[in-house]
Design a protein around this ligand. Structure first.
Ligand code: CMP
Length: 148
């Protein structure tokens, strides 16, 4: 059980001006600590690589096009049992099935545009955090740099 996970506020979440509220919910309500954070726009090939584990899925091309369509906010988070805790916190992948008051329930507009991504395993969390952040962009509780 690891203590880190990676989220992205997806292009629709940023476009709909939900970035501030989502970060507030994650930190204040969820109790997750921000270890690293940046806003960026993924190129198509970057989105392809990030979601490579879904390359055999019918929704892959559409997901890649959407995720590279506008800026996202990538955030590395820390909490005990972070992957599971975060997935429970944000609600089910499909916003129509996400529990009342969760981020995906409040801000998700479709299965694809479900406001936020959450890593699905410790192994993927590490890969995804390293995808976006170098060792000079991740901080411990004292503000010192650290490696995962
Ligand atoms: P995310 O947490 O970013 O991880 C993979 C994404 O694929 C998921 O959120 C959804 O947005 C998307 N996804 C999963 N299943 C489907 C599906 N059946 N159709 C379209 N998109 C999907």
């Amino acid at each position: 059980m690891g203590n880190y996970t990676l989220t992205m506020i997806k292009p629709t979440g940023v476009k709909n001006l939900n970035t501030g509220e989502v970060i507030k919910m994650i930190t204040k309500d969820g109790g997750f600590r921000i270890v690293g954070m940046k806003m960026l726009k993924m190129r198509n090939d970057q989105a392809k690589a990030f979601y490579g584990i879904h390359s055999d899925k019918p929704f892959y091309d559409e997901l890649v096009n959407f995720m590279s369509s506008g800026p996202i906010v990538a955030i590395a988070l820390e909490k005990e049992n972070a992957v599971e805790a975060f997935r429970n916190f944000i609600g089910a992948t499909n916003p129509t099935q996400a529990a009342e008051g969760t981020i995906r329930n409040k801000f998700g507009v479709s299965l694809q545009e479900n406001c936020v991504h959450g890593s699905d395993s410790d192994e993927n969390a590490q890969r995804e955090i390293e995808f976006f952040f170098s060792s000079s962009e991740l901080f411990d509780t004292d503000g010192n740099l650290f490696e995962l």
